[in-house]
Ligand binder design. Structure first.
Ligand SMILES: [Zn+2]
Length: 100
């Protein structure tokens, strides 16, 4: 067996000129985060209809009647809550209790 360990035809690994100099230009994009008010349309969402409630005093808050939990009235937060294990478990329990 011939171990062909010949020279690599002038390929030199150049150190120090990599793409490290290209800094990703993130010029402090500070988006103002406006508070989201509760939207009544969320109440008609079939995924949320059984538990989502408007906060009685704070229009920027939403309430889960199943977990007795208050959260910010943001769809992403509400969605996350709806996908939570605890929430799902409670919903399940609740529904099985109704069928007593
Ligand atoms: Zn919940």
């Amino acid at each position: 067996m011939i171990c062909d360990d010949s020279d690599n035809d002038g390929y030199h690994t150049v150190v120090g000129t990599g793409p490290t100099s290209s800094k990703i230009a993130r010029t402090g994009q500070k988006r103002k985060h406006y508070k989201q008010k509760f939207k009544d349309e969320w109440l008609s969402n079939k995924d949320y209809v059984s538990w989502l409630q408007k906060h009685s005093k704070d229009q920027y808050k939403a309430v889960c009647s199943t977990c007795d939990a208050t959260m910010n009235a943001e769809l992403s937060i509400i969605k996350r809550h709806s996908e939570g294990t605890k929430h799902k478990q409670k919903l399940k329990t609740l529904h099985s209790n109704i069928n007593l």
